[in-house]
Design a protein around this ligand. Sequence first.
Ligand SMILES: NC(=O)c1ccc[n+]([C@@H]2O[C@H](COP(=O)([O-])OP(=O)(O)OC[C@H]3O[C@@H](n4cnc5c(N)ncnc54)[C@H](OP(=O)(O)O)[C@@H]3O)[C@@H](O)[C@H]2O)c1
Length: 360
Amino acid sequence: MQAALDLARSGQGHVEPNPMVGCVIVRDGCVVGQGFHGQFGGPHAEVAAIRSLANPADARGATAYVTLEPCCHFGKTPPCADALIEVGVGRVVVAMEDPFDQVSGGGIAKLRAAGIEVTVGTRCAEAGDLNAPFLKRVQSGLPWVIAKWAMTIDGRIATVGGESQWITGASSRAEVHRLRGRVDAIVVGMGTVVADDPTLTARPAGPRAADRVVYCRNRLPSLDSNLVRTAKDHRLILVVGPEIDRQSLDQVRAAGAEIMPVDAVDLAAMARAGIQAIGESGATNVMLEGGSELLGSFFLASLIDECHVYVGAKAFGGAAAPGPVGGIGVAEIAQATNFKLRAMDQFDDDVRLIYRRFAD
Ligand SMILES: NC(=O)c1ccc[n+]([C@@H]2O[C@H](COP(=O)([O-])OP(=O)(O)OC[C@H]3O[C@@H](n4cnc5c(N)ncnc54)[C@H](OP(=O)(O)O)[C@@H]3O)[C@@H](O)[C@H]2O)c1
């Protein structure tokens, strides 16, 4: 199952909104076939594994290890449960049930009805972790929200003068571009647009071209900003509150920006309303790129699932230099958002820490 989980991860960025799935077929203690879901709309992991068999008869009586319940419905491809039944596997080991309502135990039931022994729950926690964004979207309709920031070793994301480029080195920034290239949307606040004039594209391009999203309460990006100037080539969405003036909206719309109006007025409510709308547009993974007021509003609304914290080997000092998360914060430690450390990687003199929200 570990091998199947490792294979599944190869589909990251290519298969969403589908889950990442891997499959390994074992016969007499030897791997005879393996595959993963590699592309949205392409063959599922079970079919890829069956196609990899040197001889289809090798699957007869074999055990298939699959990281997610085989599907039982006709979607973009025929049901995988049928494919496993057809090649005659004797046993299927499934890491976890698929909560997607067109599957939801139906694939397992179909295999059992065909006389195949099915074991469910092997490495279930790891499989759930791998597909946490998919599971969240299926269960709540909301996308997985990754907050990324770069800070100095003394916890500043900009100098007292507002400069933030660059806190980390070239290899950290290349890694951020890889993340940009696999998510569905990249979100910033208006303060960052004004301070940094970012383009928010992945360079080099990754498997997905993320929508660029700006949260705007009182002001809009100017027509000569990099985001608006490139709006006809790379989708730009402005999440706007009711207080924005209509004439300016018409101008940015004419320049190619799309408007996502939200009724809420306070920042946390706007954060939630915007992320809900982004989820409804089909996003699985959303990346927040700051600044601190935007992140503060997302923390306040309990919307952050994962943090990618880059620590650059610099110190800025200055009581007025901003930290990564602004807003009103919490007064008591008991109200803190709690995380678990998932990974720690070094990029030259920088460190990247990946934390996932800890739901108790
Ligand atoms: N080191 C890093 O990783 C990093 C990353 C990004 C930015 N930065 C730095 O951070 C600084 C900018 O941070 P900042 O806190 O001033 O600005 P910010 O968070 O980028 O933007 C704040 C503004 O965005 C809008 N906004 C934010 N959250 C919103 C929400 N939930 N709903 C609606 N609108 C929302 C509001 O716009 P209105 O003005 O329209 O009310 C708000 O005033 C810059 O110095 C930048 O260089 C550093």
